[in-house]
Write a protein that binds this ligand. Structure first.
Ligand code: GTP
Ligand code: MG
Length: 193
């Protein structure tokens, strides 16, 4: 899909601030600094629509992006960053729970995993957590450019197995650096719209 229009609608924390769009919504979940914002930018071919950073914890709010008036990407703050206080972690948990349990527009979730390593305990928990809400999940195995070509299939298999992925969920090998997997991601996302 070629995107001409993509804009930030709002950065929200509370449900009162969620935009009333009536459009299908797709949320991005994943460890802090894994490449959630970069995934959005690659798909919509914009360098800096979603703010990215080498420092973890860049995205702190739920950022709603209108894509072509067709659907909404929701960039979600990442988990697993060690340097956050107990109260910040609790606030994050509450924001997630509120969003994932009540948001009617939500049609599916993109879970971003670093393909270089086996999914962490928190990645496995997040997959299970999202499944508990009965949400379809597209797993993006990102940073493929960092793994040699012949080792990639083995790494993808490890991600699938460690998460305990359901057969109905898709996985796409991806790189924001090279653009690998962009078209396959769009294809998989169509199922959520
Ligand atoms: P938070 O908002 O902090 O949770 O991070 P995020 O998940 O949105 O990650 P972000 O997109 O900001 O990317 C973090 C870092 O990883 C940046 O330095 C990106 O350039 C880099 N990065 C993201 N995707 C890729 C990729 O596919 N390949 C490589 N080599 N680097 C990537
Ligand atoms: Mg981000």
């Amino acid at each position: 899909m070629k995107v001409n229009e993509a804009d930030l609608i709002i950065s929200a924390v509370k449900p009162e601030q969620y935009p009333k769009t009536g459009l299908p919504e797709i949320a991005l979940a994943g460890r802090s600094n894994v490449g959630k914002s970069s995934f959005i930018n690659t798909l919509v071919t914009r360098k800096n629509l979603a703010r990215t950073s080498g420092k973890p914890g860049k995205t702190q709010t739920l950022n709603f992006y209108n894509i072509e008036e067709r659907f909404v990407f929701v960039d979600v703050p990442g988990y697993g960053y060690a340097k956050v206080s107990k109260s910040e972690r609790a606030a994050w948990g509450e924001m997630m729970e509120t969003y994932f349990s009540n948001r009617e527009n939500l049609q599916g979730v993109v879970l971003i995993i670093d393909v270089r390593h086996a999914p962490s305990k928190e990645d496995v928990q997040m997959y299970a957590y999202l499944k508990h809400f009965e949400l379809p999940i597209l797993v993006i195995a990102t940073k493929a450019d960092k793994v040699s070509k012949n080792k990639r299939p083995r790494h993808v298999k490890q991600v699938k197995e460690t998460l305990g992925m359901e057969k109905t969920d898709d996985i796409v090998l991806f790189s924001a650096e090279t653009g690998q997997g962009k078209e396959d991601s769009w294809k998989a996302l169509q199922k959520f719209m």
